[in-house]
Design a protein around this ligand. Structure first.
Ligand code: SF4
Length: 213
């Protein structure tokens, strides 16, 4: 008996054995079939721009919460690492105020070379999203990082200010999903505001404050 549940029908026609698969139900193992997509640096602070990592590895509070839910966690790519490298193409980045450096990074991320790479990353991500949806999985939401020039959902950085709006990567991702009529909730958190982050994520995945205590 294979892991997948199969119902097979055998028919003998003209001396040949024809094997017909009438029904095949996939993914009946232990997986929850429920997922959340999160910004790369929630799992890996090593990808952050110089001077902005708040944890050694993961944002521990967020990962503890997510691990307790049984959701699968899809780590989205870090668009700035892919487009600009770990030093974001300027080794002096950390010598500037964060918002100023973020605004410089935003301008770099808008260049044609960066947009080309972002599109490739988004194609790969959207392919995964479509595969999960096609196979009946639930995607609870997509968590970005507010204030980020790339992954901001409610706020981003522009002209040396934190402003309302999306980062370049999130904006492009939302555009592609909208074109395909795929509706997934988005929310942003900030690395240095773990309590607010937990409350945002609980709301997204439908956990009230009491259910986890
Ligand atoms: S916010 Fe986005 S671009 Fe910035 S480090 Fe995290 S994943 Fe990378």
């Amino acid at each position: 008996m294979t892991k997948a549940s199969c119902v097979l029908d055998y028919a003998i026609t003209s001396g040949n054995l024809n094997l017909k698969i009438l029904e095949m139900e996939l993914f009946k193992d232990k997986r929850s079939k429920s997922l959340i997509l999160i910004a790369h640096c929630i799992i890996n602070q090593n990808a952050k721009s110089d001077g902005t990592a708040s944890y050694g590895g993961t944002i521990t509070e967020v990962m503890e919460l997510l691990n307790s839910t049984g959701l699968g966690i899809v780590q989205m790519p870090c668009p700035e690492l892919h487009c600009l490298g770990l030093d974001r193409s300027d080794k002096l980045g950390s010598t500037r105020p964060v918002i100023e450096e973020n605004s410089r990074i935003r301008n770099e991320m808008k260049q044609a070379k960066s947009l080309e790479k972002i599109n490739i990353l988004i194609q790969s991500l959207v392919y995964q999203i479509e595969e999960y949806l096609k196979n009946g999985f639930e995607i609870k939401g997509i968590i970005g990082i507010n204030r980020s020039p790339s992954c901001g959902v409610e706020t981003t950085s522009k002209e040396n200010k934190e402003i309302t709006g999306q980062g370049i990567f999130i904006k492009e991702l939302q555009k592609v999903l909208a074109k395909k009529d795929i509706q997934i909730p988005f929310a942003g958190i900030k690395t240095f505001e773990p309590e607010e982050a937990l409350s945002t994520i609980k709301k997204m995945i439908g956990l009230n404050e009491l259910s986890l205590q």
